[in-house]
Design a protein around this ligand. Structure first.
Ligand SMILES: [Fe+2]
Length: 299
């Protein structure tokens, strides 16, 4: 049985309850199988305690979850209500406004007009990163609602498990990453009067959730030779994450895994994410972020 058919079979079991997969023989399957998946049969599920509890538990545990909506929801009303309920009943904090004009939801699709462009609005690949890594209190969570998956073999979202990846680093590297020896530049399209921040790249996670990371290679500048060496080791590790023997740390959420009307929710400090080149001009995801947390070094 293929990886996907095992996954699909398990997905079909879900009705507002978490679906786990049998442990597979390959390491890649094992990571995919660790992602809880559930179904929302109606808009009202966004307010049902058992349903929101299951999602909160998944985000506290593995730090990632997928929800399959079994009803049309072009305005992402399910996701809007869900995020508000996670804030109200699970201490997640409120959703974050993207800008004065764009509100909580941000439509991620290739931009057809000229002018300043966020990387997510281009068709380019977007290497491993955490969202808002240039902010002193980045959002702890984000979700993406797939409105139109890429039909042309591009636009695949990938996720990389931070705690598994960090175990592959030298202990001294880990320590250096925990020190405030890195300057992180604010991309011009997100400038709000601050050009950069200085801090560590590995910080303290929520209670019981280990460490969190902030990372986006093109905007980080090491401030010491030790920081430079540590950053180079991280770059190298991430560059090799797609090697066959590194499949225990990353998973591809292709359109087969994340089809139209699926939602992926992710802990933005415990998973890195990436996207390959978008090939379908109609690809359209809708993003929301929530739960600002100060990024602090561990003890
Ligand atoms: Fe992102």
């Amino acid at each position: 049985m293929s990886t996907f058919s095992v996954f699909k079979r398990a997905c079909s079991l879900g009705q507002s309850k978490l679906v786990g997969l049998s442990p597979g023989s390959s390491r890649k399957l094992h990571l995919l199988s660790s992602i809880p998946r559930l179904a929302a049969s109606s808009l009202e599920d966004s307010s049902h305690q058992a349903h929101t509890d299951a999602i909160a538990t998944a985000l506290r545990g593995p730090g990632v979850a997928i929800v399959d909506l079994k009803f049309p929801d072009a305005s992402s009303e399910y996701l809007r209500r869900l995020v508000l309920n996670l804030g109200n009943y699970h201490n997640h904090g409120p959703p974050i406004t993207h800008s004065a004009t764009r509100g909580w939801f941000w439509d991620v699709r290739p931009k057809k007009t000229a002018g300043p462009q966020a990387r997510s609005e281009s068709s380019l690949n977007f290497p491993w990163h955490t969202d808002c890594s240039y902010e002193s209190d980045p959002p702890q969570f984000f979700a993406l609602h797939v409105l139109h998956a890429d039909r042309r073999g591009g636009g695949t979202l990938s996720a990389l498990n931070v705690s598994r990846a960090l175990k592959k680093l030298k202990p001294a590297t880990f320590e250096t990453l925990s020190r405030p020896e890195f300057r992180i530049k604010v991309p011009p399209e997100f400038a709000k009067g601050v050009d950069n921040i200085t801090g560590c790249l590995v910080g303290k996670g929520e209670e019981g959730s280990g460490v969190r990371i902030r990372y986006r290679a093109d905007i980080i500048e090491p401030l010491s030779s030790g920081a430079s060496d540590a950053l180079a080791e991280v770059h190298e590790l991430l560059a090799s994450s797609r090697d066959t023997d590194a499949r225990d740390v990353q998973v591809d959420l292709s359109p087969q895994v994340l089809p139209d009307n699926a939602i992926v929710l992710m802990d933005n400090g415990r998973w890195l994410h990436a996207r390959n080149e978008v090939r379908d001009p109609e690809r359209h995801l809708r993003r929301v972020r929530w739960g600002r947390r100060k990024f602090e070094a561990g003890d």
